[in-house]
Design a protein around this ligand. Structure first.
Ligand code: FHN
Length: 472
């Protein structure tokens, strides 16, 4: 039975579109994706039982680099042993979710994506189909607390949901050589498994998440392998149809699949290409890196940690500088992508002090310069020696360029390879101060003075009477 796919194109008009190949029109898709494209910046949150272990097992550090949300796999613990050690340490404090939501808002994030379930299989919502969940173990619905807090700050909410599951006793981990599992290579502890039963459970839990918490804006699936993916592994198309039936405007990533048509060229986190058939998802997910030339023609989002782990580790102090994080955000926006920046809260839900400081620094920069990131498109220049450029189309055919200057010119003159710069108006975003512009053949020179307003990135807005023409 092919489920039809209802596409909301503005209430109360609903269009039924055949889900075969996702017959959503380009206009409908652009309308659905608009908020996400304009958002540009989201906060990722990896939080679960692993957060209480904090990268430590049997009193010793498991390591000081790499994902400690994988600790169960790194120590090859079965789910019973893992649960016995981790559950007593996982102690969410009252109000943790409001702290996250306020931090995301202060940072200038427009959406929050939280791990409803990571690979360890522990669900943060009150699940009626599992006893390995916050409701059963803590008597709390942590997803409810998070959704309410995020919405109270006027932000969009997304669920990261792992299809990989190291807890469920029907998950057939032997069917993939590429997907991780703590028991990999060992026989199933209790004899033969029936993966279809796990997939039923997966669908049932996702159904709980898209039925009980109001509007859900993003479903961030994670992750598939070339040797086990899609409809075979997860009944992926049925899962996407189930979600869209409840939330026609939802935005979903591409990670139920691992094929070239879904933007994957291999198993590496950088093995991605600018190719996405919408039936496999709405955006491509480069991880821990920024594609050198962006991903022209497709929607994409770089997800990144602030140190080297997604889940909290008390041993990982390799924090990226505020300069790196802010320039990453600018670099990604200048290439037309979104930045999903991760925090890994501790067992009680408090964010590491370094993460709070970084998010506050980003927020201070966004307070002054957010206009140059939100609702912008990739800049027109292939490369600028001194920084990056984003752009917006204005009314009446006019356009605006935002010049993000990392390296302030020592002679106080900023040269821009703009061929149609005659009459362009320049102003400093920080102060609104107009700046003198000289237009010569193939470039403009802006008298910016010798003092950069911001040590990390100073923005100059350029207003043109038409589209920019780049000098060759
Ligand atoms: O294995 C996960 C990892 O723990 C983390 O959740 C990242 C975030 O994108 N996704 C997978 C690795 O690609």
């Amino acid at each position: 039975m092919v489920m039809t796919r209802r596409v909301a194109i503005g209430l109360p008009v609903l269009l039924l579109a055949d889900s075969l190949g996702g017959a959503e029109t380009a206009d409908q898709r652009n309308a659905r994706m608009r908020w996400w494209r304009e958002a540009r910046f989201g906060m990722f949150v990896h939080w679960g039982l692993y957060s209480g272990l904090a990268g430590t097992w049997e009193g010793k550090p498991v390591g000081d680099r790499g994902g400690m949300e994988w600790i169960q796999d790194r120590v090859k613990a079965d789910t019973e042993t893992y649960a016995k050690r981790a559950i007593p340490l996982f102690q969410p404090k009252p109000g943790f979710a409001r702290e996250w939501a306020r931090l995301a808002k202060e940072a200038g994030c427009r959406y929050v994506v939280v791990t409803s379930k990571h690979h360890d299989g522990f669900a943060l919502h009150d699940s009626k189909v599992s006893d390995f969940d916050a409701g059963s173990v803590l008597g709390r619905d942590l997803i409810r607390e998070i959704v309410d807090a995020v919405r109270a700050e006027g932000l969009r909410i997304g669920f990261y949901h792992s299809v990989i599951d190291w807890h469920h006793d029907q998950y057939e981990y032997a069917r993939s050589k590429q997907l991780p599992h703590p028991l990999k290579g060992r026989p199933y502890p209790n004899g033969a498994r029936d993966h279809a039963k796990y997939v039923e459970y997966l669908h049932a839990q996702v159904n709980e998440l898209v039925s009980g918490y109001g509007p859900v804006d993003i479903l961030w699936w994670d992750y598939s392998a070339q040797d086990f993916q899609g409809q075979e592994a997860w009944r992926a198309f049925d899962l996407m149809d189930r979600v869209r039936a409840k939330h026609p405007a939802i935005v979903m990533n591409n990670r139920l699949f691992r094929i070239p048509e879904a933007g994957f060229t291999g198993m590496g986190t950088d093995a991605v290409s600018a190719r996405l058939d919408p039936k496999y998802g709405d955006f491509i997910t480069p991880e821990q890196h920024i594609p050198a030339t962006g991903m022209p023609g497709v929607d994409w989002e770089t997800c990144m940690t602030m140190n080297t782990t997604w889940g909290y580790s008390e041993h990982d102090h390799a924090w990226k500088s505020d300069e790196t994080l802010i320039r990453n955000l600018i670099d990604i926006a200048s290439k037309g992508g979104n930045y999903l920046l991760n925090i890994g809260p501790k067992s009680d839900g408090s964010a590491p002090a370094e993460s709070v400081k970084a998010m506050q620094a980003i927020g201070a920069w966004m307070k002054v310069n957010g206009e140059a990131v939100y609702a912008t498109a990739a800049g027109p220049f292939e490369k600028l020696d001194w920084g990056r450029c984003t752009q917006k189309q204005l009314r009446n055919g006019k356009s605006r360029l935002y010049l993000h200057v990392f390296d302030w010119p020592k002679d106080g003159r900023l040269v821009v390879p703009l061929a149609n710069g005659a009459g362009v108006r320049a102003r400093l975003m920080a102060s609104g101060k107009s700046l003198p512009v000289q237009a010569t053949a193939g470039q403009i020179s802006i008298a910016v003075g010798v003092q950069a307003p911001d040590r990390i990135a100073s923005v100059i807005a350029l207003d043109l009477d038409g589209p920019p023409s780049v000098a060759r």
